[in-house]
Ligand binder design. Structure first.
Ligand SMILES: Cc1ncc(COP(=O)(O)O)c(C=O)c1O
Length: 334
């Protein structure tokens, strides 16, 4: 990131941009368009709905970020039908049985709900959606699953998959990444008022010549290029197994020392552990842990008081998690 700045309208930039796109496609096993846009992930989550829906969408939610995706649709003037799944449970095909009617233009959901630590089976949801309404677009928030868990992007055949640099890519925030289908681009042509910044057709026109639509965070892109090389060298399946290993360590610790993890069995996230805290005084626990050099997070949204969260993704290793858990043992003992 400390390399000298270059203009984003030059050959050297084009090589950087094209290289990143190619590496993301390779890592995720897809030939979908890859759009790189300055901003946090939300900018492209919003763009997906704004570009892909004229009137009606279906939003499935099992937590805070699912609720956010519904709000994004509503605030852009779309009529969003909400499917509420209880917090801590995974979204499953039966939750949307008969709900993807012909008038539903898109269905959107969060693959890994960061407030609850639930990783839903997006492939099973996609199959159910397509079986009911093959024309409905599928829009997936993969902010805390991309590069941590295998999304099976090819089989998913989704219309948008969005994430950012600051989670499992282990980088500073500032760049939103969208995998975009041709179907979504075709649909966008029928949707007026797509705005400027998130207009997928404008972004696509520039992306086709390895440019961003507006000034991109070039320094962050150097760092992204570096991290992608590292991910590819590690191997994606090895990377996913590393995340699984870290998650298992945290779950076992939670079972042994507290009241286990919040999400339902079989759908637990490998990037975020959401632990039931019982009567533990989290503020005191986390400040003692911080004094030892470790930072974990409180609960989020409706389950803020019941849980706390441990991020185990990106560059974090099982050895680091082992150290953290041992420090947590010491603090509990204290
Ligand atoms: C699942 C999920 N979706 C969306 C977001 C919002 O992402 P951003 O803050 O990059 O816009 C977050 C942020 O934590 C998230 O965890």
């Amino acid at each position: 990131m400390t390399k000298p700045m270059i203009t984003h309208r030059c050959k050297e930039y084009k090589e950087l941009h094209a290289g990143i796109v190619e590496k993301i496609q390779k890592a995720l096993g897809t030939d979908m368009d890859v759009f790189l846009v300055g901003g946090s992930a939300t900018v492209m989550l919003e763009a997906a709905i704004r570009n892909g829906v004229n009137s009606n969408s279906l939003g499935i939610t099992n937590g805070s970020f699912g609720n956010r995706s519904i709000e994004l649709g509503e605030l852009n003037g779309k009529n969003v039908t909400k499917v509420q799944v209880p917090w801590g449970e995974a979204m499953k095909p039966e939750h949307i049985a008969g709900k993807v009617t012909k008038d539903i233009e898109a269905v959107h959901w969060v693959s890994n709900e960061s407030s609850t630590g639930v990783f839903s089976d997006s492939l099973a949801l996609s199959k159910e959606i397509r079986a009911q309404n093959p024309d409905a677009l599928t829009m997936i928030d993969a902010v805390t699953s991309a590069f941590a868990m295998d999304l099976k992007v090819k089989e998913l055949d989704a219309d948008s998959i969005v994430f950012g640099t600051q989670k499992a890519l282990a980088l500073p925030p500032g760049l939103a990444i969208m995998l975009c289908s041709e179907r979504l681009l075709d649909k966008a042509k029928t949707v007026p008022n797509r705005g400027f910044y998130g207009d997928l057709l404008k972004i696509k026109k520039q992306a086709d010549v390895d440019y961003a639509l507006t000034t991109p965070p070039v320094s962050l892109m150097y760092a992204l290029d570096y991290q992608l090389d590292k991910a590819l060298a590690e191997g994606m399946q090895t990377r996913y197994r590393r995340h699984q290993e870290m998650a298992d360590m945290v779950r076992n610790w939670a079972k042994k020392n507290l009241y286990g993890v919040f999400p339902e069995e079989g759908y637990q996230s490998n990037s975020i552990g959401v632990l039931n805290k019982g009567e533990m005084d989290f503020d005191s626990f986390s400040s003692k842990l911080k004094a030892k050099g470790y930072e974990i997070s409180n609960g989020y949204g409706d389950i803020k008081e019941k849980t706390f969260r441990i991020g185990h993704m990106g560059d974090t290793t099982p050895a680091m998690i082992k150290e953290l858990l041992s420090a947590m043992d010491d603090v509990l003992e204290e």
